[in-house]
Design a protein around this ligand. Structure first.
Ligand SMILES: Nc1nc2c(c(=O)[nH]1)N[C@H]1C(S)=C(S)[C@@H](COP(=O)(O)OP(=O)(O)OC[C@H]3O[C@@H](n4cnc5c(N)ncnc54)[C@H](O)[C@@H]3O)O[C@H]1N2
Ligand code: MOO
Length: 400
């Protein structure tokens, strides 16, 4: 069976690069920036106050306490039209321009106003509480690089640069097809105890949206070759096609045979990981389309998405940062397993205890138990050949 790294590297080496498009700023959330964004001006664009207080000549207050004459008031948005005379202070508000000559701002808490004068109670350093022109950005500087995944922080930053529209990679169009006679969709009546309410299609669609993809739900198809083949024949309409279920060893697991019949070139089937072992990967449309046959168990489905499909969707959008992130933490309790053949990705909670990152795994870990994700924020990695891990040991952790 193929090791995880090899499987992921095969998938990543087949990712086609999607074209780019211009979208309105808010539609860029979760998408990948396709241009270097440059600041057109210095930021801040003028020296301004970081505090509500009094702008002063630093030399006048260096031996505080001292009393100064108040010669005016500068709210945010005011024009700095005058020069501050020596021995005087001007009342100033956060964000207001610093008047010429002023070299420090004393916060209001360190002052006492009386009869047109102000008592400065403590000395401050030269330049204190002044935000300097250009200290954050210089005109012409690259603010955000091509390949950045746009979160709410970057959206705000782009807004501050007056970017009404931004160039991003086109969303991958991803088809999601669930398979299985026993699977019922939301709202459908369960008529027999052996029927199962779907989760996989929704796990996948939500995950696809979160990483900038455009999910297309093709519903649930029973384990009947004709119906499955008909659904699979829509491959060409999508950049990525994902099925869940019917991909392991059972007689009614038709996916592998059928995808080959509809022209998918299979690159691997079965990876040495737990869960999601029977995952299948192939390409179609002369390499322009990616096919993932994901196992039906709900945990296998979520985990295969996180560790194999998600990096691919990000890479197709030219994201710089598409690989899962690993760190090390101290294991809270012993962990053991019977069969150490596969690399296991165990749902776990990473937290900080004092100065130490600690990791504790979910109590119910079988691959049909989607509840093992509740509260979890990482996978604890149990490498091939490892049967047990001791509490207190450092363990490898992959962040969600
Ligand atoms: N003889 C063997 N049996 C199995 C093997 C094996 O190597 N030899 N592998 C096991 C492993 S590992 C996995 S994982 C599963 C995956 O099987 P399939 O991908 O063929 O999936 P199904 O059999 O169709 O379903 C598995 C399980 O998941 C439930 N399911 C399916 N679709 C959904 C959905 N949309 N939402 C929620 N739950 C779903 C389904 O009811 C089954 O319980 O195979 C093992 N067997
Ligand atoms: O691959 Mo499966 O290990 O039961 O989820």
């Amino acid at each position: 069976m193929m090791p995880y790294e090899e499987a992921l590297s095969i998938v990543l080496s087949h990712c086609p690069i999607l074209p780019t498009e211009k979208v309105c700023l808010l539609d860029a959330l979760g998408r990948v920036l396709a241009e270097d964004v440059i600041s057109e001006e210095d930021r801040p664009s003028f020296d301004n106050s970081a505090m509500d207080g009094y702008a002063v000549h630093w030399e006048d207050i260096k031996d505080a306490p001292v009393e100064l004459l108040v010669v005016g008031e500068l709210p945010a948005g005011a024009e700095e039209t005058f020069e501050l005379p020596r021995g005087c202070a001007v009342k100033i508000f956060t964000g207001a321009p610093i008047p010429k000559g002023a070299t420090a701002v004393v916060p209001v808490e360190y002052t006492e106003a009386k009869n047109g004068k102000v008592l400065i109670k403590e000395a401050f350093k030269e330049g204190a509480n002044i935000r300097r022109k250009g200290e954050e950005l210089k005109a012409g500087e690259i603010v955000l690089q091509k390949g950045t995944i746009l979160r709410h922080y970057e959206i705000g930053l782009l807004a501050s640069l007056n970017k009404v529209q931004v160039e991003v990679s086109r969303r991958p169009r991803v088809a999601v097809l669930s398979t299985g006679d026993e699977i019922k969709d939301l709202g459908e009546t369960i008529t027999k105890p052996s029927q199962i309410r779907t989760s996989n299609g929704y796990t996948l669609m939500a995950g696809i949206s979160l990483v900038g993809g455009e999910p297309h739900y093709l519903g649930i198809v029973p384990d009947e070759p004709d119906k499955l083949k008909k659904a699979l024949s829509q491959l060409e309409d999508y950049d990525v096609f994902i099925t869940t279920g019917g991909v392991s060893a059972g007689e009614r697991d038709y996916i592998k045979t059928l995808v080959e019949e509809v022209g998918v070139k299979v690159h691997f089937h079965k990876v040495r990981i737990k869960p999601a072992k029977p995952i299948l990967f192939g390409t179609y449309k002369e390499g322009k389309g990616l096919f993932f046959g994901i196992p039906g168990n709900p945990v296998s489905c979520a985990m295969a998405f996180d560790l194999i499909v998600k990096p691919a969707l990000l890479k197709m959008q030219s994201a710089k940062d598409y690989m899962p992130k690993t760190l090390w933490a101290k294991l809270k309790r012993d962990f053991s397993r019977r069969d150490p053949e596969r690399r296991e990705f165990v749902r776990a909670v990473l937290s900080l205890e004092g100065q130490q990152l600690v990791c504790d795994y979910s109590p119910k870990l079988q691959s049909h138990m989607l509840t093992s994700y509740v509260g979890a924020n990482c996978y604890m990695v149990v490498r091939e050949g490892v049967k047990e891990l001791k509490g207190g040991e450092l363990v490898e952790v992959v962040l969600f």
